[in-house]
Design a protein around this ligand. Structure first.
Ligand code: AMP
Length: 222
């Protein structure tokens, strides 16, 4: 059992790493962004509230986000731990997560920080395309991880879509929010000796081998 938090700017590869860990380590994947997008798609009250913030590139208020997550935490009993993707995004959320896990006699075991230079973020996110099939959720990039057929997922054949908030203006705001709030978590988890930093460069295609190597090296050096 291992609970992993993925930390990194928008477009740093958290979703890709989550998909790989889900597949290779039999872990559950909890992505608060995906949860919000699902609520928006289903036109729920929660979705309507969240959308206002998401469209502007701001964080959805902690209370809404934490309550949503609490509701989902018990759905993942049988997995080999959970990958948290996009949560926590600030100290308050980190403390809430700690408590939620503590209530289940668990903890955060590793924080994987995907460290990518700022100047690459906008370029990576505007070129991102994702599979519209929620069960698949494969992530592509028109620059360095192109689908074989234009606009179609290699894995499941569904249509690829672009996230509404993956436009230059919203990403600029998301990046600002990341610097103002989420980056504090680097120090927070460093002090708890949980942080493992991976330096990524432009146009990198994160592979299964890479994720295995990171886990191995973390376990050997802890
Ligand atoms: P993501 O898919 O992680 O990039 O999230 C997309 C958007 O959903 C973010 O820009 C936020 O508006 C919102 N969001 C996702 N996760 C959180 C969170 N943990 N706290 C607050 N807002 C979030």
């Amino acid at each position: 059992m291992m609970n992993i938090v993925l930390l990194g700017a928008p477009g740093s590869g958290k979703g890709t790493v989550s998909n790989l860990l889900e597949k290779t380590q039999n872990m559950a994947h909890i992505a608060t962004g995906d949860m919000f997008r699902e609520e928006i798609k289903n036109k729920t009250e929660l979705g309507k509230k969240a959308q206002e913030y998401i469209d502007k590139g701001n964080l959805v208020p902690d209370e809404i986000t934490i309550n949503m997550l609490k509701g989902k935490m018990n759905e993942y009993k049988d997995s080999n731990g959970v990958v948290f993707d996009g949560f926590p995004r600030n100290i308050k959320q980190a403390e809430a997560l700690e408590q939620m896990l503590k209530d289940k006699n668990q903890k955060v075991d590793l924080v994987l920080f995907l460290d990518i230079p700022d100047e690459e973020i906008i370029y990576r996110t505007v070129k991102r395309r994702i599979c519209s099939n929620k069960e698949c959720g494969a992530i592509y990039n028109l620059e360095y991880k192109k689908p074989k057929v234009d606009g179609i997922c290699d894995i499941c054949g569904s249509k690829l879509i672009q996230r509404k908030d993956d436009n230059e203006e919203t990403i600029t705001e998301r990046l600002k929010v990341y610097h103002e709030q989420t980056k504090e978590l680097i120090k927070y988890y460093e002090e708890k000796k949980l942080l493992y930093r991976v330096k990524l460069h432009a146009n990198i295609n994160i592979t299964e081998e890479m994720t295995k190597e990171w886990l191995k090296s973390y376990n050997e050096n802890r």
